[in-house]
Design a protein around this ligand. Structure first.
Ligand SMILES: [Zn+2]
Length: 563
């Protein structure tokens, strides 16, 4: 019981929680976790972690119970009615210490977020969110601040560095006053990490990197991250952050370097990023690293401090869409992106929204199908981004340019800090109406709630960006790529599609494929084999045509402060 022994050395109060991690070889690699807390007054305590989180299903199935002890170390009987829900009967209010282990696994090798977001343990990395690794007592109020003590043992001896959302442990220990909700929403990592520290206006910024094949230097990543952190804190005038950590790990197989296969998650005091092992900073297809970081770190305010009402899916238009809008805006203001890129990014968002096959879905459908329909999942990001453009424009118009959406965002932050108020659609619309007027907000409500199509005014970004109308196409490969990839044979080819026109035929043997998903301006390429001969077929993956607005920088305009 090495970890338990460690925990009992603490002096505890009833509400305190102790969490210990031990890296062991018995002889196979494993991490043993111990959680100590006072049991319920009823004499029955449930220890719980998340059954589903961030696309991961079956929380707890990676963990194996060891046992649970009570007063003076007496062993109690642990029941495990479900993998994520364990139970023990004990004397009322007895101090309990639960022990379990995470065996080594291959989760990091998978490119599927549903796998690599599970607890990772291998010869160079331990990496997990609290949700999926920490069994915490159900009867403890998750929002109540309490003392939480962490211990790490065996990591330093193995040459591993450790970090967590609450700071860098000193001599394997860290004590913090926090809530169990934040402990769950936290990242815990150890391994052959390269730790880099920087101050952003006096507050520590930690960047941890693992992986040796990145297409960039650690220092360049740190510099980019620090610039974005500074720009976003400056926006909210929020520099008093005791600690912030950006964790970057490789996950999944190597891909073409510029592939935009990224997964980022904003957590307590932390941003957790997983990229394919040879990623570069400037992704040619899709989002650049700067855009990804700016989006994800903005969630520190919009999403974590300004929290959404339940059910959260109904508020994703705000937490995700407005975050897209601000990532673009703040990168421009910080000089990390240019005017052309800004205009292209805003145009892309608008086009993707207008050509979305689920564009007119009401908000309620986002709640119902966010996790099951990939098109519905994208919708709140796109719709909310466009809505942010419209709300910003409406406020600027109504206030003759003296106010903007920025003022609302700062006010929402102040309110969330003051009384913990959660953001919901009605309250947000009411807040916009205070500045933009009731009529403008009725139009916004119809877009957000009913799924009405957004109408874009010609002067949306005037005078800086002009608005042109151009023809755009829905993204359409013209056949069923997923099934075709699985079976290495072309399936589901549609008559009249661009695929058919380019020479793709049902039943052809499919050898390789290269597709920029969602990008109708880049050729999709397929290698097929016919009569023993290989042939490459390339075409623009375009379906139905639409007329959509596009923004272009206007020559000779120097004041772009409205962007
Ligand atoms: Zn997001």
């Amino acid at each position: 019981m090495p970890v338990l022994g460690l925990l009992l050395a603490f002096a505890q109060a009833d509400g305190d929680v102790e969490i210990g991690f031990a890296l062991l070889r018995e002889p196979e690699l494993l991490v043993e976790i111990a959680v100590a807390a006072t049991g319920a007054a009823s004499g029955e305590t449930v220890f719980l972690l998340s059954e589903n989180w961030g696309g991961v299903q079956g929380g707890g199935t990676d963990l194996a119970p060891i046992g649970i002890s009570g007063r003076d170390g007496r062993e109690l009987e642990l029941e495990t009615p479900a993998p994520h829900r364990w139970r023990v009967r004990h004397d009322p209010g007895e101090r309990l210490a639960l022990r379990y282990r995470i065996p080594a696994n291959d989760h990091q090798a998978s490119g599927d977020p549903g796998v690599f977001r599970r607890p990772i343990l291998n010869e160079s990395l331990f990496h997990t969110v609290g949700y999926l690794a920490l069994f915490l007592p159900e009867h403890f109020d998750g929002e109540l601040e309490r003392t939480v003590r962490f211990r790490w043992r065996g990591f330093e001896d193995a040459g591993w560095k450790t970090a967590c959302s609450f700071g860098l442990p000193q001599e394997g220990a860290l004590e913090t006053a926090t809530t169990l909700d934040r402990v769950r929403h936290a990242l815990y990592a150890a391994g052959r990490l390269r730790l880099q520290q920087r101050e952003v206006r006096g507050s520590p910024l930690l960047v941890s990197l693992s992986g040796d094949e990145w297409g960039f230097e650690d220092a360049d990543f740190l510099a980019l991250a620090a610039s974005i952190v500074e720009a976003e804190r400056a926006f909210f005038q929020d520099f008093e952050r005791p600690f912030y950590w950006i964790s970057l790990i490789p996950a999944g197989p190597e891909l073409p370097p510029e592939s935009a296969n990224m997964s980022g998650t904003g957590l307590s005091n932390c941003f957790s990023l997983a990229l394919h092992p040879n990623a570069v900073l400037e992704g040619a297809g899709g989002m650049s690293m700067a855009e990804l970081l700016a989006h994800e770190m903005f969630h520190d305010w919009n999403g974590i401090t300004i929290r959404l009402e339940e059910p959260e899916e109904l508020g994703y238009w705000f937490s995700e869409g407005f975050t897209n809008f601000y990532a673009r805006r703040l990168l421009l203001r910080a000089g990390l992106t240019g005017l052309r890129r800004y205009a292209d990014s805003a145009s892309d968002a608008l086009r993707s929204y207008l050509t979305s096959p689920v564009r007119d879905a009401p908000n309620e459908r986002i709640r119902e199908q966010f996790w099951s329909d990939p098109q519905v999942q994208k919708l709140p990001y796109l719709r909310g981004d466009v809505v942010a453009m419209l709300v910003d424009h409406a406020i600027r118009t109504a206030s003759s340019g003296t106010q903007s959406l920025d003022d609302v965002m700062r006010e929402l932050l102040a309110e969330a800090r003051r009384d913990g108020r959660r953001a919901g659609t009605e309250a947000l619309l009411g807040k916009f109406a205070e500045r933009a007027g009731a009529e403008a907000m009725e139009r916004i409500r119809r877009i957000v709630v009913d799924g009405a199509m957004a109408q874009v005014p010609d002067d949306l970004f005037a005078p800086c960006l002009a608005l042109e109308r151009v023809t755009a196409h829905a993204f359409d490969l013209g056949f069923d790529l997923e099934r075709s990839m699985q079976e290495k044979t072309v399936h589901g080819l549609r008559a009249g599609s661009s695929a058919e026109a380019a020479g793709l035929q049902e039943g052809q043997e499919l050898l390789t494929w290269s597709v920029y998903h969602g990008d109708t301006g880049k050729e999709a390429q397929f290698t097929i084999r016919e009569d023993g001969k290989q042939r490459t077929i390339a075409y623009l993956p375009r379906g139905a045509a639409f007329e959509v607005p596009r923004f272009v920088p206007r020559a000779g305009v120097s004041d772009c402060s409205q962007l």
